[in-house]
Design a binder for this molecule. Structure first.
Ligand code: FAD
Length: 318
């Protein structure tokens, strides 16, 4: 069996696509895992997005603790005799995958940008050396455990006619010795760059914090409204919150349109937005790296280009 799990259902939908490709090639079933209370409608959704069946590990536990979840997973793997485990690469997913691998004494590859079968072995690719190389790795141990970030794969089209079994099972596990004392929400401006269809991004080419208003104006004119930025803008200058930060150590995005103004296009920034549909770059340096990744490039001073672009867009789309 091939197992797919994430506590974020959108990531699960994406992983089910790749999971079903691998399961088909192996002639095995693809199973989506839910840990928690039985949720018939979520189970049905997983089936609609490609799962052959859904394994619900019933529990009253409602807060994530990696040690307890790894315990449940160990039981699920034994019960289903699964040899490939694909987990969503968010914070919880990465902690779960590595703990599980440690417990089972098997290999684990984190943050894969592709997974496929080669010589019948699960093979993965991941970005290494700050985006300067791709490591291609294979597993010598079973089960093979990988984590895949959001937006690496697209979900399959939803097919509500698909049918599958919902398997329910309760496991007795040892309760964790750790206790969650407090959950503190991260400070956020409520921006969600990861789901945005249009992103207008700013970089160090802006001289002052106030000038970023031009980016907001362009975003408003395009009716995209989502502003992104390179690392220095969020991390060093703190002109925008970290919600806006795009790149290797920031958010990975996949909008239909990505406009980068005053961003040089270092590999660490490109790593977060290279999958965008159309990339437009504005930079005064004709040799700027960003132009290598761009579909359209405007060589010019952003302080001259942006006001003209904003009024041209307003004229065109009102
Ligand atoms: C481990 C690691 C992780 C990292 N993670 C990330 C990450 O997640 N995201 C990220 O963005 N970076 C990341 N970085 C940093 C990255 O290497 C770059 O330093 C950063 O992306 C540069 O940001 P920038 O393009 O805004 O600034 P700069 O590199 O300073 O580029 C500014 C650009 O603006 C142009 N410019 C200047 N004035 C104007 C003007 N008036 N009009 C038009 N163009 C103008 C310049 O020609 C230049 O190309 C990481 C680095 C490391 C080592």
């Amino acid at each position: 069996m091939v197992l797919v799990y994430s506590d974020d259902k959108k990531i699960t939908f994406e992983l089910l696509n790749k999971g079903s490709e691998i399961a088909k090639e192996l002639g095995e079933k693809l199973t989506a895992v839910i840990i928690g209370k039985i949720d018939e409608s979520l189970s049905q959704e997983y089936i609609s997005y490609g799962a052959d069946d859904v394994f619900v590990s019933e529990t009253d536990i409602d807060t994530f603790k990696a040690e307890e979840y790894a315990n449940y997973f160990e039981n699920i793997i034994k019960e289903t005799k699964s040899e490939i485990i694909i987990i969503g690469s968010n914070k919880n997913g990465k902690e779960l995958a590595s703990r599980l691998a440690g417990r089972l004494d098997v290999g684990c590859i984190i943050d894969c940008t592709n997974i496929y079968l080669k010589d019948n072995k699960l093979t993965s690719e991941r970005v290494v050396y700050s985006g300067n190389a791709i490591a291609v790795e294979q597993f010598n141990s079973k089960p093979a455990i990988v984590t895949v970030p959001s937006k690496v794969f697209d979900p399959l089209p939803k097919d509500e006619k698909r049918k599958g079994e919902i398997i329910k099972k309760k496991f007795e596990i040892e309760k964790s010795a750790s206790k969650i004392l407090k959950v503190q929400e991260m400070k956020s401006e409520g921006v969600n760059v990861e789901d945005a269809e249009i992103i207008v991004s700013c970089g160090r080419g802006f001289k002052n914090k106030e000038d970023i208003k031009m980016i907001q104006d362009l975003a408003d004119a395009i009716k995209g409204r989502t502003v992104g930025c390179s690392r220095p803008i969020a991390a060093d200058l703190k002109w925008l919150s970290e919600d806006h930060w795009i790149g290797l150590s920031g958010h990975k995005v996949k909008p239909k349109l990505y406009i980068a103004a005053g961003i040089s296009g270092q590999i660490q920034h490109i790593a977060g937005m290279r999958d965008s549909g159309i990339i437009v770059a504005i930079n005064k340096d004709p040799e700027a790296l960003i132009f290598k990744s761009a579909d359209y490039g405007i060589v010019g001073d952003l302080y001259e280009v942006l006001p003209k672009l904003i009024s041209a867009v307003k004229e065109k789309i009102g």
